[in-house]
Design a binder for this molecule. Structure first.
Ligand SMILES: NC(=O)c1ccc[n+]([C@@H]2O[C@H](COP(=O)([O-])OP(=O)(O)OC[C@H]3O[C@@H](n4cnc5c(N)ncnc54)[C@H](OP(=O)(O)O)[C@@H]3O)[C@@H](O)[C@H]2O)c1
Length: 178
């Protein structure tokens, strides 16, 4: 199974504008692109904090053929919203989550963040590609894209413009790195 990290990031490396949760800062071009590509994925993974801030939006878009997995240290706290067909909450490690999805027949999984979950999966070497929308904005502060201290060499696979100010950069971890 392939895991693709999908993120929209300011030029100075933030995935939220200051302390305002959500990704409302992204361009219309990125919103369109995201709607289109998410149809291709048969599973997605989010962090519990991203779930908490977009709870109503996520719960209104559950689909039985697109499994959503939220990562939390306390899955039992989400028993009221968990649904065996469409929305699971887990405290498993990234490797165990990916292996579990693979054995259940999933092929393409979107890793939708936020920042701490991106870092968790990157550090566990559980990301096959990174699809990063680079928004032409500087925030100075916000939720960091992938907090922590590491150095992963990446290989640029492609670069496209979503509109005149917005770039879509696709990378994969460089072979043999880390
Ligand atoms: N611009 C973008 O592309 C983009 C994409 C996604 C999200 N966002 C935004 O980013 C913000 C959230 O990012 P974030 O970094 O604060 O949070 P996050 O990555 O969404 O979630 C962090 C949560 O993950 C759980 N967690 C962390 N480490 C864990 C571990 N080792 N095992 C199990 N669970 C673990 C914890 O949940 P518990 O506290 O429940 O244990 C923690 O609170 C939101 O505002 C969201 O809207 C932006």
């Amino acid at each position: 199974m392939k895991v693709v990290l999908i993120a929209a990031v300011s030029l100075d490396g933030f995935i939220t504008r200051h302390d305002k949760p959500g990704s409302g800062f992204t361009s219309e071009a990125d919103k369109r692109y995201l709607r289109d590509i998410l149809n291709r994925f048969d599973a997605c993974i989010v962090g519990a904090e991203s779930f908490r801030v977009s709870r109503n939006w996520m719960l209104s878009r559950l689909m039985p053929d697109k499994l959503r997995v939220a990562v939390t240290r306390t899955p039992e706290a989400f028993a009221d919203v968990a649904d065996p067909d469409s929305f699971e909450f887990t405290s498993q490690s990234p490797r165990a989550i990916v292996e579990d999805l693979r054995t259940r027949g999933h092929h393409l999984c979107a890793l939708l963040g936020g920042g701490r979950i991106y870092s968790l999966f990157l550090q566990a070497r559980c990301v096959d590609e990174l699809w990063v929308t680079l928004e032409a904005r500087l925030f100075g502060s916000g939720t960091p894209f992938c907090p922590g201290q590491f150095d992963f060499p990446l290989e640029l696979l492609s670069h496209d413009s979503l509109d005149r100010n917005t770039l879509l950069l696709k990378y994969r971890p460089r072979q043999g790195s880390g």
